[in-house]
Design a protein around this ligand. Structure first.
Ligand code: NAG
Length: 229
């Protein structure tokens, strides 16, 4: 309860204030030094944490620097065992891609071409099985095929599509035909290529009039591939 007009309410007791004695000064200095040490410790911890973080971010974005030593050893070992084989690339394709070639292990059907698996084909985000290349991601794909064949009167080469939207016969995407009664037993080539909209689980394959006319001497003479554009 404040009584009006009483000056004692505002009176300051000077004896309560701290006397500036020497003991008090040293105690204050000691306290400020402790605070400085604590601040230094906190800053050190913060900077150390940032440095560790920076190291992990660097490792995340530069994984090859950590792998380079081991991968060069792998490449060296590969070159010793099979000098013809190319070293597998360290990077992955940005989009689905496949490039299949002929080979001794490729057993063709009577009309449907098969592709080699021992040739270590490029096949990323697509699935190959028994001559069929299955699409896993919907999109526009450039599809191509090149074959080498022994021509005899008639020959055709086509790229076909099996889709769930159209059950029954396959849809012909690309085709080349050759007819002649005069030319016989000559080596011929056919190249087909075009862009198509393909859906998930669509299957594309190469069909010829008769696979017994396919020249199987070199793997790179008969190829089949597709890549998303
Ligand atoms: C393919 O050609 C071979 C040899 O000329 C023949 O025996 C076979 O019947 C042919 N196959 C087809 C599906 O025409």
């Amino acid at each position: 309860m404040i009584q009006s007009g009483n000056p004692s309410v505002y009176m300051v007791d000077s004896s309560v204030s701290w006397p500036p004695g020497p003991h008090k000064l040293s105690h204050g200095r000691w306290r400020s030094m402790g605070a400085q040490n604590l601040l230094f410790l906190l800053v050190s911890v913060a900077l150390g944490g940032m440095a560790i973080e920076a190291y992990f971010i660097y490792r995340l974005y530069h994984p090859e620097s950590a792998m380079s030593a081991s991968s060069s050893k792998v490449i060296a070992a590969e070159q010793v065992t099979s000098p013809v084989k190319r070293p597998s690339p360290q990077i992955l394709p940005s989009k689905p891609v496949a490039h299949l070639t002929d080979g001794q292990d490729a057993v063709h059907g009577s009309k449907i071409m098969a592709w080699s698996m021992i040739a270590d084909p490029l096949c990323y985000d697509m699935h190959y099985k028994d001559g069929f290349l299955f699409i896993q991601k919907e999109g526009f794909y450039y599809v191509y095929s090149k074959i080498s064949f022994l021509f005899n009167n008639v020959f055709y080469h086509s790229v076909e599509l099996n889709t769930k939207l159209y059950l029954g016969e396959s849809i012909t995407l690309l085709m080349s035909r050759k007819h002649s009664t005069k030319i016989r037993h000559t080596l011929s080539n056919s190249y087909l290529g075009g862009v198509f909209h393909l859906r998930k689980d669509d299957a594309i394959f190469v069909k010829v009039s008769n696979t017994s006319q396919i020249m199987q001497s070199k793997s790179f003479e008969n190829v089949f591939g597709a890549f998303m554009v």
